[in-house]
Every structure is written in structure tokens, then in C-alpha cells.
Design a protein around this ligand. Structure first.
Ligand code: HEM
Length: 438
């Protein structure tokens, strides 16, 4: 377990070399069957959701942040109910409406980047994706409220996403031995963030223009299930927190990885830059770059399902209670599907489309990431915004190594880059509205 937590890449590679596409790991907290074979993954993703429980399997690390009503943590009927209520807000076509807000959030942040001095890109893209979620999902546009909520959410997530803190928050035994102080601090910060979110929900319930609004919270407020029931305040809070936690760090990290890979390959960077400079929106090469980044650097390395009944899988009998875990990292490195799997080659997705069970950065089946279209669209706005505004260079010859950050795989040194120059006049930093003197 220590290897899997501290050195996940050598651990995965060694295990797969030694045991192949399907192997069992007996962790002290339970047995997990890792899977890196698309045919077997298909069986998991298309299997009966009542047998393959994702919610139960996700609950341990995520419940303290997301809450017990989170769509990620539910199973069966309740999961389908929440998922159906949320799906319309994340439909591909809807995303276009968020384009302008996304572009603005990116440009405001890029304007603050230093020139000639190395800095980690991940915290900066995370600021962009946090702003985007607060504006498009929570629907906040007031500068002061944005700043206050942003600060509260960032402080809470900052400790919630450290491996040690997450262990103390999620596992009572660990809390008792190492982490009471950190747990109390987390609870305080969560309460502060919750107060802000409940306040926003109450305001939106009072708002008279809710039917005309495009943000996800306003749409969720009006959503009704098959029995005509609406979401309660607590359910709304848990879903907002879920979208925030599931949505902003994952996307920000993928953006940082994209630049780690692109900046070390002049030809590919030039190809993308010319597509962007030609004003092509949603160009094919940009799409391929995003797909290849998610293939070779999947932020979420795997997904998990807990079995409620025994199953036959890849010739093995797997008993109820065990977990099966399609491994994204290993599946994306299969040489039979991706020749020269270690090279960053977006062209492969121009030659052959991504396949449902071998390109799985967003998981699959009835649990496939609800925000996949949102994240992809967001990256298609933010990457060009960066390329149009600044000329970046890499630090060091090789892309940074992969480091675990709680659940996700991030660049070891936060994806360090240098801004060589602003390609167009740097916009003035946005200041919150000045309060007139009395
Ligand atoms: C590059 C960015 C992202 C990646 C790599 C990613 C990846 C994932 C993965 C692997 C899962 C689990 C799927 C499974 O168990 O089969 C998931 C679930 C989920 N994601 Fe994402 N995600 C990203 C962005 C987002 C965004 C932007 C949002 C929302 C704004 C979001 C919301 C969710 C939700 C709600 C679920 C739970 C779905 C369910 O259980 O039914 N994600 N995501």
C-alpha cells in the first residue's frame, strides 16, 4: 500500500510486467483487482450497476468533502435519479454558452503571470478553473462574493487534497493517530465554505430571474425527477461541492500536463500554434493534443467498483466484497493499442479515433464523468487563450515526472514554465470594484 501511495508509477509498471493485464493487490483496507485489458474493462463498464457499485467504492476518500448525497457516492436508484437531474446541465451543446465566461476567466489570470521568471503552471490553471466553476456552475458574478467564496474553497481544498490530510480526514483510525489537529482545521474550513454555498443557494431561491439564467445551480434548482421532486438544499450543496472537487483540479492539472508535453516538442507546438493563430476554433489538432495529453498523463489514474455479488471476469471467479479497478494509466500504455506508448504523439488520434474501452480518461458506463464535455470544452478555450497571449518555454529537457497528489497524478514540480514574452499588450489586471469614500 505504501508503494501504491508513495511511488505509484513504478508500482503499477512492476506489477503489470510481472502479472499481466489483470492482477490482484491485497491492501490492508481491502482487496482490489486492477484491470488493464479493454475487453475486460468493457465487461465492467457495461455490467449491472447494482453489481458494480461505484458510489460505495468512491466513498472513503471523497465523502468528507462532497457529502453523502453526492452523485459520485450514490448507487442504484438514487444514483440514477441524481445523474438524470444533472445530465441536462452538462450536455455538449450547452457548453458553448459558457465559452465567453471561460475565455474571460483565463485572460484575467494570464494577465497576472510574471515574465522571465519560472513558476508552476498548475496553481495558475487551477485559479482559472476555480473561477470558471464559480461563475458557470455556481453562477456567481459579483466580484466581492467571487473573491470570498474563492478564498474559502481554495483553503478547504488545499488541505483536503494533501495525501496526509486526506487520510486523516477520511479514515478515523489514521485521524486518531496522526491527524486530529488537521481534521479539526478541515472541519472549520469546510463549515466556512458551506456557509457561503448555502447563502448562495438561498439567494438563488429568492431570485426572480432564475428561469433566464444559464448557470448549473439555477438549472438544478428547477430540475424535477420522475416523481416531481426537486433537489433539497443539502443535495444541492453536495452536488455543487462534487462538481467543484471533481471538476477544477482535474482540468487544471491536464492543462499543466499539456504544456509540459507541448513545450518540449517544437514541431507539435508550432502545428498547434498555427492552428490557433489561424483563428480556427475547436481545430482538429487541438482536439488531438487534448486526447493525447489525457492518454499519456491521465490525471485520475483509475476508477473503482465494489462488487455486491460474485462475478466471472477474465477467467477468474471474483467474490462479492472485492473491488475491481479499471486502470486508466496502464490501459493507456498498451503497445498493441498505442504503438510507442511513451511518445507524445497527438497525430495518433488524427489517424484513428479514440475507442470507448481503451481511451478511458473519463471512466465509463453509467458512471462516466458527467463533466467530460465541460472539461474538454474548457481546455479548448483555455489552451488557445494561453497560446494567443504569451510565449511560454519549458524548464529542463524532459517533462516533469508524475507525482501523486491525494487521488490525482500531477507534474512533480507543478508544471514549471517561463513566460518569454506577452504576444499582445498585457491587459490591465482586473481590480475588484473600488468602494467610493464616504
Ligand atoms: C480533465 C478533467 C476531468 C477528468 C480527467 C475527469 C475524470 C473523471 C473520472 C475518471 C470519473 C469516474 C468515472 C467512473 O467511475 O467510471 C469522473 C466522474 C465524475 N466527474 Fe469528472 N473528470 C474531469 C472533469 C470533470 C468536470 C469539469 C466535472 C464537472 C464540472 C466533473 C464531474 C464529474 C462527476 C459529477 C462525476 C461522477 C459521475 C457519476 O458517478 O455518475 N468532472 N470524472
Amino acid at each position: 500500500m505504501w508503494e501504491w501511495i508513495a511511488r505509484p508509477i513504478p508500482f503499477l509498471e512492476r506489477a503489470s510486467q510481472r502479472y499481466g493485464d489483470v492482477f490482484t493487490v491485497r491492501f490492508p483496507v481491502g482487496t482490489v483487482v486492477f484491470i488493464a485489458d479493454p475487453a475486460v474493462i468493457k465487461q465492467v463498464f457495461t455490467g449491472d450497476p447494482d453489481t458494480f457499485h461505484a458510489g460505495e467504492a468512491n466513498a472513503t476518500p471523497l465523502e468528507p468533502l462532497m457529502g453523502r448525497n453526492s452523485v459520485l457516492l450514490l448507487d442504484g436508484r438514487e444514483h440514477m435519479r441524481q445523474r438524470k437531474l444533472m445530465l441536462p446541465s452538462f450536455h455538449g451543446e450547452r457548453m458553448q454558452r459558457y465559452g465567453e465566461v471561460m475565455r474571460k476567466a483565463a485572460e484575467e489570470e494570464i494577465a497576472t503571470w510574471p515574465v522571465g521568471r519560472p513558476f508552476g503552471l498548475r496553481p495558475r490553471t487551477q485559479e482559472i478553473t476555480l473561477q470558471i466553476i464559480m461563475r458557470t456552475v455556481f453562477g456567481i458574478d459579483d466580484a466581492e462574493r467571487l473573491a470570498r467564496l474563492g478564498e474559502r474553497l481554495a483553503s478547504m481544498l488545499d488541505i483536503g487534497m494533501q495525501s496526509r490530510a486526506l487520510a486523516a480526514i477520511a479514515v478515523p483510525q489514521v485521524r486518531r493517530s496522526i491527524g486530529r489537529g488537521i481534521y479539526k482545521r478541515f472541519l472549520r474550513l469546510r463549515a466556512a465554505a458551506d456557509a457561503e454555498i448555502y447563502d448562495e443557494i438561498a439567494r438563488r431561491r429568492r431570485a426572480t430571474d432564475v428561469e433566464d439564467r444559464d448557470d448549473v445551480l439555477s438549472i438544478l434548482l428547477q430540475a424535477r425527477d420522475e416523481d416531481g421532486r426537486a433537489l433539497t438544499d443539502e443535495e444541492l450543496r453536495d452536488e455543487l461541492m462534487t462538481l467543484l472537487v471533481a471538476g477544477h483540479e482535474t482540468t487544471a492539472t491536464t492543462l499543466a500536463w499539456a504544456f509540459q508535453l507541448l513545450l518540449r516538442d517544437r514541431t507539435k507546438l508550432a502545428r498547434l500554434q498555427s492552428e490557433v493563430d489561424a483563428g480556427e476554433e475547436d481545430g482538429p489538432y487541438l482536439d488531438a493534443v487534448i486526447k493525447e495529453t489525457l492518454r499519456i498523463r491521465p490525471v485520475v489514474p483509475g476508477v473503482i467498483r465494489k462488487l455486491t455479488a460474485p462475478i466471472q471476469l477474465a477467467g477468474y471467479e471474483i467474490p462479492a466484497g472485492m473491488r475491481v479497478a479499471p486502470n486508466i494509466y496502464l490501459t493507456h500504455r498498451r503497445p498493441d493499442v498505442y504503438p510507442e506508448p511513451e511518445s507524445f504523439r497527438p497525430e495518433r488520434f488524427l489517424e484513428r479515433p479514440a475507442e470507448t474501452y481503451s481511451w478511458i480518461p473519463f471512466g465509463g458506463g453509467v458512471r462516466r464523468c458527467l463533466g467530460a464535455a465541460f472539461a474538454t470544452y474548457e481546455m479548448k478555450v483555455v489552451i488557445p487563450a494561453i497560446l494567443r497571449t504569451v510565449r511560454l518555454s519549458a524548464v529542463g529537457d524532459e517533462p516533469e515526472r508524475i507525482r501523486r497528489r491525494a487521488i490525482t497524478f500531477v507534474p512533480e514540480r507543478d508544471g514549471t514554465v517561463v513566460v518569454e514574452e506577452f504576444r499582445r499588450r498585457r491587459p490591465a489586471p482586473v481590480q475588484p470594484e473600488a468602494v467610493p469614500a464616504a
